[in-house]
Design a protein around this ligand. Structure first.
Ligand code: HEC
Length: 216
């Protein structure tokens, strides 16, 4: 459900931007007639696209671990909130500069989601710079717990019971230790893959910690 809504949100945002781009082309080329025609013809589809984009966005904002974790999310939201009324006024009053500004802001908001969101596996977004290394002889469960609280808990919850970004309760996970290790390495759907960002020892420690949760 979470993944499906993410895809819907990205698709609706792309359509929203595409419509805005087209309208801007008409506005800038002085083609008022085309602009009016487009607005009239696509009035209903535009309302549908805009509403779906907003509704899925609101749902994702409340249910993803990234609102509490990534400042990119708030920058994007601010850019979006500033741009939408600007764009409405710009196209109503045919103000080119304002249209351009709102378009740039919205492209920026879209771009920041594409590059900063965890789906695109950026190290800075995924792994805290405080993430400890794991040395031979360390208690794996304790070391794993420390990494988990820094890098996983914003989705899975401090106690592994989760809920954010569509994540399952890890205490009830039926996966074997090998499968858990593979899932941490490769990820799945909204679960990011960590193999490029955490080393073998850190992943082993996380798997040990998750085994300890499963055993409780
Ligand atoms: C962006 C949110 C997010 C973050 C951050 C995250 N996970 Fe997940 N995790 C998920 C989601 C969503 C799933 C379910 C994936 C699926 O099966 O569709 C999942 C699934 C898992 C599973 C498999 C559970 C099962 O029984 O299917 C394990 C194990 C796991 N995560 C461990 C971790 C560890 C360890 C970290 C930190 C290094 C982490 N996750 C970080 C969202 C997240």
């Amino acid at each position: 459900m979470y993944t499906g809504l993410t895809h819907t949100h990205v698709l609706m945002s792309a359509l929203f931007l595409f419509a805005l781009l087209l309208k801007s082309v008409f506005l800038f080329s002085g083609n008022d007639e085309m602009l009016e025609r487009f607005k009239r013809k696509f009035k209903i589809p535009e309302i549908v696209v805009d509403s779906l984009m907003l509704l899925t966005g609101i749902y994702l904002a409340f249910n993803s671990g990234w609102t509490t974790h990534g400042s990119w999310f708030w920058i994007k939201l601010a850019a979006f909130i500033a741009a939408v009324p600007m764009s409405i006024i710009a196209f109503r009053k045919k103000q080119k500069a304002l249209a351009l500004l709102s378009l740039l802001l919205l492209l920026y908001a879209y771009g920041i989601s594409e590059t900063k969101s965890p789906v695109f596996n950026k190290k800075a977004a995924l792994v805290s710079s405080d993430t400890p290394a794991v040395a031979d002889g360390d208690n794996l469960v304790e070391a794993g717990a420390a990494i988990f609280h820094l890098d996983c808990a914003h989705c899975h919850g401090n106690d592994g019971r989760g809920g954010k970004s569509g994540s399952p309760n890890l205490r009830e996970s039926k996966l074997t230790k090998e499968e858990v290790t593979a899932r941490i390495r490769k990820g799945k759907n909204a679960m990011p893959g960590y193999e490029r960002y955490l080393d073998e020892k850190q992943i082993e420690a996380l798997a040990a910690y998750i085994s300890s949760l499963q055993a409780q």
